[in-house]
Write a protein that binds this ligand. Structure first.
Ligand SMILES: Cc1cc2nc3c(=O)[nH]c(=O)nc-3n(C[C@H](O)[C@H](O)[C@H](O)COP(=O)(O)OP(=O)(O)OC[C@H]3O[C@@H](n4cnc5c(N)ncnc54)[C@H](O)[C@@H]3O)c2cc1C
Length: 455
């Protein structure tokens, strides 16, 4: 065996697994294989002038490379079991929180010190939300911001590169169980490791499906969240964002009983494109540095869609809807809320007359031609409900970008150690379908590293 541990994927799951392995046993030989570039080479070509929209690079610098999908994210580490994944179902609530706090300590030690930890504990907004049939979820959130998040990753990389062999631009093609360990196959050749941790995130979801099929590891998938990204003047939400930074609010729609929730709130942030398997969807981020902040706040409104038998391809459903917006708009579509309500498309002229200046260059259009009625109704109902706690949310000029899709990786069958039926093969992070966030993915990495070193 060339390595004691092979890690596939250098997102938060892979990074924190590598970090904890090196911390617990400095003699371990560890390799990390990453499909994307090193952090300093990750650059999205969209510059707003010569390249205005996604050109589908071979390796998407937003989603892939050292730091994974989180590298240019807002760096919100939510310390909670209420959302962000179901890691606690495997390892217990107490342990999950303890590991998330540990990850926070490491982030602080590697450049995050001085950033703010917000909390919903004792806030008066819980009552305000309840009075309007909205439900504010409990969480502490560390907001690193896109800039500090990058610094933390740089520092972690500087620490790890002395101790770990990194193979960048090296997608793993297949994993094979061999005697005493695992063989990972890349274009340049194959490598052997005693243990293997797979942490390939969202961008590796299709590949993960293939691996599970080849190794006969059971999977299940039945959920996708579909919605829009809302952008409005920061002042409309400032009473909430100043105190909580991010508020996760859930609403049960009277019409269908569907759950709609706010997700990924970015005060004074920017809306961005996201490329998942060649499909352009929307996301958002914001900077800690006031010089880089905008006058707008953005957040997603997502409707959770669970499917029952016989339908199994929930992600395929989400992709089809996203493809429709790509087909009509050449990418992401933007529409003013007032235009949506009046049943008319937004046009470049109407957008110019709008009081809210979009932070993403998207195509003005009509989201009602893209989103299924049930989902659109849920979003409209939620916007009116939010308008009661943040008046101005349902203004004519509130911008809706579509579509935002939160794909869920199919859930891979692992045990309470996050180990598959092959002893020594662990599946962690978003690629496992168990986590959906920076904090949970990182915590899962620490968890398996401890499992391995304890063994
Ligand atoms: C724009 C954006 C903003 C976000 N903001 C937040 C936020 O503020 N807070 C939050 O909690 N979450 C946020 N998220 C989600 C968060 O980034 C993910 O939950 C987290 O990164 C998951 O970590 P991971 O290690 O499981 O996977 P990833 O971060 O996706 O990393 C997986 C890595 O594996 C690599 N890979 C894939 N396939 C292969 C292969 N075959 N061989 C080798 N390498 C492979 C990929 O290139 C990637 O680098 C955001 C996501 C995006 C895209």
């Amino acid at each position: 065996m060339q390595y004691d541990v092979i890690i596939v994927g250098a997102g938060p799951g892979g990074i924190f697994a590598a970090y904890e392995l090196t911390r617990r046993d400095e003699h371990l030989k560890i390799a990390v294989f990453e499909a994307g570039h090193p952090l300093n080479k990750r650059r999205c070509p969209i510059n707003g002038t010569t390249v205005k929209s996604c050109i589908s690079c071979k390796s998407c610098s937003i989603m892939s490379g050292f730091g994974g999908a989180g590298a240019f994210s807002d760096g919100k580490y939510n310390i909670t079991n209420d959302f962000g994944g179901t890691l606690y179902e495997y390892i217990g609530k107490q342990k999950a929180l303890e590991l998330m706090r540990y990850v926070d300590e490491i982030n602080m030690a590697y450049g995050g010190a001085g950033t703010k930890l917000y909390s919903t504990a004792g806030t008066q907004f819980k009552k305000l939300c309840l009075q309007n049939d909205l439900h504010l979820l409990d969480a502490s959130v560390r907001h690193l911001g896109t800039d500090i998040n990058y610094v933390v990753l740089e520092n972690l990389y500087d620490h790890l590169r002395e101790r770990v062999d990194f193979f960048f631009d090296t997608p793993v093609k297949s994993i094979e169980a061999v005697e005493g360990g695992f063989r990972v196959e890349c274009a340049e050749g194959s490598y052997l490791g005693r243990k293997c941790i797979v942490s390939v995130g969202r961008s590796g979801s299709k590949w993960m499906e293939t691996v599970c099929r080849e190794l006969d590891i059971p999977t299940r998938s039945n959920r996708v969240d579909i919605g829009v990204r809302v952008e409005l003047p920061a002042v409309v939400f400032s009473h909430l964002t100043d105190e909580l930074y991010e508020s996760k609010i859930v609403y049960k729609t009277p019409k269908y009983g569907d759950r709609v929730r706010t997700f990924c709130m970015n005060p004074k942030g920017a809306v961005v494109n996201e490329n998942t398997n060649g499909i352009i969807t929307v996301n958002g981020h914001s900077y800690e540095d006031p010089a880089k902040q905008t006058e707008n706040t953005n957040f997603a409104l997502l409707v959770a869609k669970h499917f029952s038998e016989p339908f199994k391809d929930s992600n395929g459903y989400g992709e089809s809807i996203a493809r429709l917006s790509n087909m009509l708009g050449g990418g992401v579509i933007v529409q003013r809320f007032g235009d949506l309500i009046r049943g008319q498309r937004s046009t470049p002229k109407r957008m110019e007359e709008s009081f809210v200046t979009p932070t993403l260059n998207a195509t003005p259009g009509d989201l009602s031609l893209v989103l299924p009625k049930r989902i659109l109704d849920g979003i409209i109902e939620m916007l009116y409900a939010l308008d009661k706690i943040a008046p101005g949310t349902a203004n004519d000029d509130t911008l809706l970008y579509g579509v935002e899709v939160k794909f869920y990786n199919m859930e891979v069958a692992v045990d309470e150690k996050l180990e598959t039926k092959y002893p020594g093969l662990y599946i962690i992070g978003d690629g496992s379908g168990i986590t959906h966030s920076l904090s949970h993915a990182s915590a899962s990495g620490v968890y398996v590293a401890r499992e391995i070193t304890q063994k």
